[in-house]
Ligand binder design. Sequence first.
Ligand SMILES: Nc1ncnc2c1ncn2[C@@H]1O[C@H](COP(=O)(O)OP(=O)(O)OP(=O)(O)O)[C@@H](O)[C@H]1O
Ligand SMILES: [Mg+2]
Length: 354
Amino acid sequence: MNQSHRGGVSLQGVVKRHGALTVLHGVDLDIEPGEFFVLLGPSGSGKTTTLRVLAGLESISAGRVLLDAQDVTHQDPGERDVAMVFQSYALYPHMTVAQNIGFPLKMVGQGAQAIALAVADAAAKVSIGHLLDRRPGQLSGGQQQRVALARAIVREPRLFLLDEPLSNLDARLRMETRVELKKLQRSLGVTAVYVTHDQEEAMTLADRIAIFMDGRIVQVGTPQGIFGRPSHASVAGFIGTPPMNLLQATWSGQQLQVGAAGLVDLGVAAPGERAVTLGVRPGDLKIQATGLAAEVELVEELGDSRIAILHIGEQRVKLKTDHLIDLREGDLVHLGFAATAAHLFDRDSGDRLN
Ligand SMILES: Nc1ncnc2c1ncn2[C@@H]1O[C@H](COP(=O)(O)OP(=O)(O)OP(=O)(O)O)[C@@H](O)[C@H]1O
Ligand SMILES: [Mg+2]
């Protein structure tokens, strides 16, 4: 069944307090039906809390939660028609795989025959049809993960909430399961809200991403949009491997002064002199004949690429290149970058300027 007309989400001014501690500071968020939407941010930024608010597992201190334009702020989890998959799969150890998957249907009083059909169907969708008689203790981590997914899809919920569901898997299995998860979401047409602090996972899975920092959403956009044009210095410093270099600089006229290391011509004039944070991606930094004076600290070999760590005065930067570089600790070089590769942020507010 394609249900892509269902599962629209709207959070409006959601505040969550735990006693004196405010963990969500007025979160606004709109998710379209059928979207794969990722909540990405560092530990403690409020991702899980937001997901639990959507599920109805967490009451809110202010604001509204809408599902398909209906106010569900005060509805119990059972009334919301959403399914949640946790990082710990939370399977019942004494039940078989089939009983685990069928449990949500049994809870709503479906008959044995209907349950058996739905269980077989859900299990087939995640390729565990041959494991139905086992118990969770007799399964690998990846297989347990699939049981948890099957249990979530068996009810055909309108909204699929996933909290770091792949983090207990090893790197290879995580990548494989990631691809399958995306295909499954597409084929079901179900709306998915997926929490992770792994930006690679976010980039590969998401139609759109919301970046969380300290209980606030600082940017919403496509993976390309967020990578290419971070709206805030905190996002710039979080996205990319390694993330963007952030340097203290002064912007005046068309020129950027980076400490005593030199000037960069930006081609765009500042309105007066301005203290900025300059962002440049490691892959956009180049070694040139002239430019910002820098000293090599270390070169890391990554096989298909390499990362040089350098100092520009007191400030440390990373340069990433596919080319071989013949640099040693202590070498003095000059760094440059295209004017279009400069991301400028206000030094105080962190807001993007260009
Ligand atoms: N029951 C609670 N009581 C008090 N504080 C809480 C409670 N639950 C969460 N918090 C706090 O709320 C903040 C956000 O927590 P949340 O679990 O949403 O973060 P997260 O973004 O999911 O982090 P992680 O990536 O580590 O899972 C944290 O500072 C956390 O300590
Ligand atoms: Mg969490």
